[in-house]
Each structure stands twice: as C-alpha cells, then as structure tokens.
Design a protein around this ligand. Sequence first.
Ligand code: SAM
Length: 304
Amino acid sequence: MTDILQKPPRRYAIGAAVFEPPNLAPGLYIVGTPIGNLGDITIRALEALAAADVILCEDTRNTGKLLERFAIRAKLEPYHEHNAAKVRPGILARLSEGARFALVSDAGMPLVNDPGYRLVAEAVAARIAVTCCPGPVAAIAGLALAGLPTDRFGFFGFVPQKQGERQKLWAELSSLRSTLIFYESPHRIIETLQSIAETFPGRLVAVARELTKLHEEILRGTASEVAATLAARPAVKGEITLLIGPPAEGEGKASAEDLEAAIAEVSASLPASKAAAEIAKRFGLPKKDIYARILAAKAEADGE
Ligand code: SAM
C-alpha cells in the first residue's frame, strides 16, 4: 500500500490490484459513497475520485479514510452547510474554466439530506456539465428490506424533533397511499414510534438499523410493537431509517364514518380550535380542515 501511495496520484487500488482511471471530462461529478460497508463503492465512483482535480467533501477526515482504503491520493476541499455559500462561487468559477470536481458526502448519495443541491442548480444554470456516479442511499436500502409496498413511496428527511411539528407532518401525510420514509436518531426513535402509534395505530412500520453494516437489523410490526421491542433494550444505538406503510384498505373509510360522530362528541365539550386539534390528532387529518368542518356543523346547528 505504501508503494502505491508513492506513485503519481491518478490511481486507485482494490486490494493488491492497482488501476488507472480513464480520463475524466471537465465538469461536476456527484459521487455516491457507501452507507457503512466500504465494499459498496462502485468502480465508476473510484474512477471519478481518482481522476478528479478536487474532491469536495463534508469532512476531510471522514472522506480521507475512504480514499485511504482505495489508495487514492486527491486534493480534498470542504463543502458543507456552514461554508457552502462562501466557497460555491469559487468552485463554479474553476468549473467554468474546465476543472473536474467530484462531490461526496459523509455517506450515501450527496444531496439526499446532505449538501449539494444549490451547487448542482447553479452549475446547471451556468451550463457546466454535471453527471452522477450513483451509489447507495439508506432510504432505498431500507425500502428494499422493509417488506412494505414499494410501488409508491415518499422520502421526507429527518422526522421533526418538536412534537407540534411532528404531529403536523403526520397530519399532512396521513392520506398518502404510499410508504413513507424518514431518517431518525437512535435517541428519538422510541418517542417517534409512540407518536406514530397514536396517530396511525394500525399501520405497519419498519425500523432499518445499521444498514449494510455488521449489526444490520430490520424490526417490523406496528409502531407500538416495534417501540416496545426497542424500549426493552438497555439502549438503542446506530443509524436508523424509519418506514411507515400505507394505510390499510378501509383505514380512511372507517375514519370517514367515525369523523362526524367524533366532531359532534368532542366539539360539544371543547372550544372549536381545541376540538379540531384533538380530532386532527386522533384521525391524522389536517387541523384546518377539521376546524372548518366544526364551524360548518355549528353554523348548521344554529340554523344559519
Ligand atoms: N446521504 C445519505 C443517504 O444517501 O442515505 C443520508 C445522509 S443523512 C445526513 C444521515 C442519516 O441517514 C442517518 O442519521 C440515518 O438516519 C440515515 N442512515 C445513514 N446510513 C444509514 C445506515 N447504514 N442504516 C440506516 N440508516 C442510515
């Protein structure tokens, strides 16, 4: 390995085999990297990383370890949420002059809950060539293993930390007949599952933990079942992708039948705004819609 490192930089190695990458055309290369298992890197990714003039990365130490594994010597420059706005004009200027830049993130695909969107948008606007060397995405690996429907799915990034925002999101998403995918911290997963159990009691969920790594684990069941499994452990560790299955056939219909009764019952004892919040939470529906229905029901009862 030392021998390889002393050679000119445009090389990469897989074990003892050393390869020379083909020439890279000028432009911006969006390069996917592994989400845990370094064996998941692609040959095109290695070629782009070995041949780029500069690799833009979130954390130079982190990307340095990946490059070391494949004996790639490269110029690394940080590109992360705190410096992106400042360094982007300079990067675009060098790209316009014909440089080859690769963009990576700490793990998985750049731009997926990671920096890069504005760089791509501005490069496109400046007619700079942009291409992609696709790689693993935790959301998609989780979807593949969840055992939930895959014909329609949506990705929503990290679950909001504040209870009110989380509840608002559940209400917004409740009527989607799709599998819903989120990223979540191991410290908040039990609380999040408990809030899903309250809003979507019948739905199946999957918690995909440590995908592609030694301790990969997928927990499947209702949110309350999976929450109970995790709560019984001394600690929940590792990286987590959370998936919520679509509503079962009839979930919406049952709610529609019960909704009028709930509006009559709850709004009899609470002011309209509080009643709307309570019913929205119970049925996973937008509060403003329920509020409008409560007001309409009151107006009808008052003979307006
Ligand atoms: N760009 C990445 C991708 O393509 O998946 C995601 C970056 S996001 C900042 C990091 C989050 O992704 C983690 O906090 C975790 O929720 C999820 N994640 C990343 N690697 C994972 C893994 N190996 N298993 C499960 N979830 C993972």
